[in-house]
Write a protein that binds this ligand. Structure first.
Ligand code: ZN
Ligand code: ZN
Length: 320
């Protein structure tokens, strides 16, 4: 395994939320209020991703804050419920973030443009939706697999999505369906290379219902501008979190080395092998770990940092 840096402590990290709703669809606050909320909370980038409504403007950008073009596209169950297969609940939600790194070449939805919600007639309709989004230069994620109740094998049947939400804070606090680790791992185990992101899927913004400022993605790039952030997203120079910070992650001289904010323990999820949990002997917080890699038969590893408060960060997978 060659020496490789996955997260470099010498390069800045930018905090953002890709998944946000406002009164433009079923969110409870106006775009202006929501953008101010995230700005004041120290976020560096945000996408408003209302249902079937594209939001893409520079007018809220400031020195340490940029807006990315965003939209969430659902595919409705077929009206008489012949589809989807069986009686699964699932309704597939696909996420589009405009690829600002292409420098305005090619097709682009216009700010506040509404699109039709597609009817689910099976796998072809999911793929048609992804293709439509990619044709409009959107970077596509598959949202909240657990909330959607999609069978994880269906994730293998779609092509063109680059990431999935491993954590969706809104689904977590509202309906206990926020973590989609199983579904993501299933895809990875079967050779589907997907990055992970964590998001808020904010709808409510009240203290009782929360749903904002709970799931975020840290993107690593030398500068905070739309093109650099989108290039970094496409390369997977990012990690998902509900709290902890991963400061550095690299493979050096056959070891996985990580530095992170104070944590209770670290999981290395590996396929096909098992790796013991990393924690201190006396239970005191840890801020780094090293693991001599025995890559025999391993297809991929990924790391989970569990903070002192139980919150979590998820690294991207490293493939062998
Ligand atoms: Zn959704
Ligand atoms: Zn949503």
């Amino acid at each position: 395994m060659n020496d490789t840096i996955y997260i470099d402590e010498a390069i800045p990290q930018w905090k953002g939320n890709f998944h946000t709703h406002t009164t433009l669809s079923d969110g409870r606050e106006t775009p202006e209020k929501v953008i101010t909320l995230y700005k004041n909370a120290g976020y560096n980038f945000l996408a408003l991703s209302d249902h079937e409504l594209y939001f893409d403007t520079d007018s809220f950008d400031s020195k340490n804050f940029i807006m990315l073009g965003g939209i969430e596209c659902a595919i409705d169950a077929y009206p008489d419920n012949k589809w989807p297969i069986g009686k699964d609940r699932f309704t597939i939600h696909l996420h589009g973030i405009y690829d600002h790194s292409i420098d305005h070449k090619g097709a682009r939805l216009s700010h506040l443009q509404k699109i039709e919600r597609r009817i689910d007639t099976g796998i072809d309709s999911w793929q048609e939706q992804i293709d439509y989004m990619r044709k409009n230069n959107l970077i596509v994620f598959l949202n909240h697999p657990r909330w959607s109740r999609i069978r994880p094998e269906y994730m293998l049947s779609m092509n063109g999505q680059i990431a999935t939400e491993v954590y969706n804070y809104g689904c977590a606090v509202a309906e206990c369906t926020g973590e989609s680790e199983y579904e993501w791992d299933y895809a990875l185990r079967n050779g589907k290379k997907l990055f992970c992101v964590a998001t808020d899927d904010s709808h409510w913004y009240s203290p009782e219902k929360m749903q904002a400022l709970g799931g975020f993605t840290m993107v690593q790039s030398t500068s905070l501008d739309k093109a650099s952030i989108c290039s970094a997203i496409k390369k997977g120079d990012m990690y998902a979190s509900s709290g902890p910070v991963i400061k550095d992650m690299r493979i050096q001289e056959g070891k996985l080395l990580m530095k992170f904010s104070p944590a209770s323990y670290v999981n290395i999820i590996s396929y096909d092998s098992y790796v013991p949990v990393f924690r201190s002997i006396d239970g005191s917080p840890i801020e780094s770990m090293e693991w001599p890699i025995n890559s025999n038969g391993i297809k991929f590893i990924r790391a989970e940092i569990i903070g002192l408060d139980g919150k979590k960060a998820w690294s991207q997978p490293i493939y062998f």
